[in-house]
Design a protein around this ligand. Structure first.
Ligand code: 5GP
Ligand code: MN
Length: 335
């Protein structure tokens, strides 16, 4: 592993142009990690004369509203402007190449493709892999990369890294929260970023219409005690119509799973979120006994043991039926 880090530094030190990409519909870990590295590379670009390009493969190209507070939006460009065949490309938080969306082909053509990730399910689609399934977030690896590049921590870098670790540890609540995570948080906070302000932007604000949407989608939640091999399942849907009533963006649906998963009677919580285009993005969470990552991989998606998802065309009921089946036989494994 040490040799791979050294090789990554050599590649990044000598490249005239570095192309960064994170997974589609980026969350705080994907976009935060990428922006942190973009800031770090830019800060030394003057001396190195390097060009830095950062993007993600969504069309329309929209930075999620809750992530717009992150410094560095001006470092991003839409995928249309991405080099067709990057000399050096780095991916963030993408477990497989299809998670790069419109940038999948660019990644496939890249001469050097450095994959920075913490998914155990990573398919190792690059030419160089900086992957640690034990890391709480990709942001931990991004921090290590920045340090290996010899760039000092700044407030702009810290914002992205902090967004990454709080997103992926659920604000230091999940069991991935290790002493190392808190040590990293301390290092980041010393740059002067304000954790309350970050939490406010990420989770603690919404337009009034959100309350009505929440009321509808939670009101129709279904509890299936026998599902997931008897460990219990709770699920609901957030349709386009639910959001339209309050004039709400897709992203507001992301927070519903955090309410649903509190349900004592269910080991597994699932939210099916309808995109503006009409596909269903399925989010699942486990309390530990059931491996939702395995179930979602079987359903064509990916993720971790405790948090995973997949994308489905067709109806919500069909997607749910498929997942129910995978949960039924994937549930025995266990801790
Ligand atoms: P979330 O439910 O927060 O959107 O995603 C939880 C985890 O599941 C993510 O870290 C990601 O690894 C995985 N995941 C979510 N949706 C998809 C999907 O459509 N495809 C794949 N391959 N993985 C997904
Ligand atoms: Mn992540």
């Amino acid at each position: 592993m040490a040799a791979e880090w050294a090789r990554a530094v050599r590649i990044l030190d000598s490249a005239p142009e570095i192309c960064l990409a994170c997974h589609i519909r980026p969350d705080g870990d994907a976009l935060g990690s990428m922006l942190a590295v973009a800031h770090a590379l830019r800060s030394r670009a003057g001396s190195a004369g390097q060009r830095v390009i950062a993007s993600f493969g969504d069309r329309p190209f929209k930075i999620p509203r809750i992530l717009r507070f992150l410094p560095g939006a001006e470092l991003l460009s839409p995928p249309e402007y991405y080099p067709e065949r990057p000399r050096v490309m780095v991916t963030f938080d993408a477990a497989s190449i299809d998670r790069l969306g419109l940038l999948e082909g660019n990644a496939a053509r890249a001469d050097e493709l450095i994959v920075l990730d913490h998914h155990a399910s990573n398919t190792r689609f690059g030419t160089l892999h900086l992957i640690d399934a034990g890391a709480a977030a990709t942001a931990v690896l991004a921090r290590d990369l920045i340090a290996a590049l010899g760039v000092a921590m700044t407030r702009d870098i810290a914002f992205g890294l902090y967004a990454g670790i709080v997103t992926d540890t659920g604000s230091f609540k999940y069991s991935s929260t290790s002493p190392l995570v808190h040590e990293m948080a301390a290092e980041l906070l010393r740059t002067g970023i304000e954790p309350g302000a970050v939490a406010l932007e990420l989770w603690d604000r919404a337009p009034f219409g959100y309350l009505g949407m929440l009321s509808s989608v939670l009101g129709r939640a279904v509890l299936e005690p026998g599902a997931a091999a008897g460990h219990g399942l709770v699920w609901t849907t957030v349709s386009r119509a639910d959001r339209a009533a309050g004039g709400l963006d897709f992203e507001v649906a992301e927070s519903v799973i955090d309410v649903l998963r509190r349900t004592d009677e269910a080991e597994v919580a699932v939210v099916l979120k309808e995109s503006d285009e009409g596909t269903w993005l399925v989010s699942s969470r486990s309390k530990g006994t059931v491996d939702v990552g395995r179930a979602c991989i079987r359903a064509g998606g990916g993720g971790h043991r405790m948090a995973a998802g997949f994308t489905a065309t067709g109806s919500a009921d069909e997607a749910m039926a498929r997942l129910r089946e995978h949960l039924a036989d994937g549930a025995d494994s266990g801790r």
